[in-house]
Design a protein around this ligand. Sequence first.
Ligand code: TRP
Length: 338
Amino acid sequence: MPDFTPRVFSGIQPSGGLTLGNYLGAMKRFVDMQNDGAYETIYCMVDLHAITTWQDPAKLVAATRELCAGFIATGIDPEKSILFNQSQVAEHAQLGWIFSCVARMGWMQRMTQWKDKAGKNAQNASLGLFGYPALMAADILIYHATHVPVGEDQKQHLELTRDIAIKFNNDYGVEFFPVTEPVIEGAATRVMSLRDGSKKMSKSDPSDASRINLTDDADAIAQKIRKARTDPKPLPSDLEGLEDRPEARNLVNIYAALADTSPEAVIRDHAGQQFSTFKPSLADLAVAKLAPISTEMQRLTADPAEIDRLLARGAQRARALAEPVLKRTYEIVGMVGA
Ligand code: TRP
């Protein structure tokens, strides 16, 4: 294999309503990788993926801009990273088509996300939903990205991306696409509902008290943490003591992630504390870290023209990387005029 530049790519669907879960589970790590200095970083709002199930057009526009504001407010610097929305870089869809011809029906049929989302009604799901992972592989490989930070739920899609790269290289006798490394987030960054420690924090939970939105102000953040569901016991002195205490475990995890430390260290510092003591500390920490993000999001979303300008500029930079890769792919495959 030739040497590939260390390059990070990740994408988030613009589905509206960013939560603490998005921040700690994905965006914070994207920012760390940006600031690490070891990689080029490319972050994408995957609007073409969003329409694999029908989206209200006006809401999709708003959600894409909101997601862009979220990226910037949480620390993505649109100069340091390339930040853009997928549909502005046509090469994603073009390479996605080539990969649809490389991937096999059987591979797609095995995807657990397909099975979950299509459910019993697969005949009525869109062809795009079925082919989703081929487009995702194209998102990554059009930049020859070497590292892809994603949640556990995307692991199978990344394995498929590797299979597509390997099969393409094999079928055409080239060493053109890299075999990408997944960078899977650990369970510790999985943020659970504040009302039910067994459920993931979600923007679609009917109870707003179950989540912290990145647009919540300081009062709302503090109040939701003070009201978070817990059990009556004090904090234990080691992590094992949190087994079977999902709500307590979740608050400790959130504390650790926000303080940039480990759950072990949080337990060490707060061993034996009652939640009446621990929650106010967590609320202070959360307000200190999250209230500035929410203020910044409000400022950014108030100026959609500026967001659109940033996205157009990001797309231009992305295109400069994607164009030669698509051209070479077309040549390899045998397209006249490539
Ligand atoms: N499928 C991812 C998700 O739902 C989003 C996504 C699309 C993505 N393309 C990607 C993630 C490329 C990483 C790399 O979370």
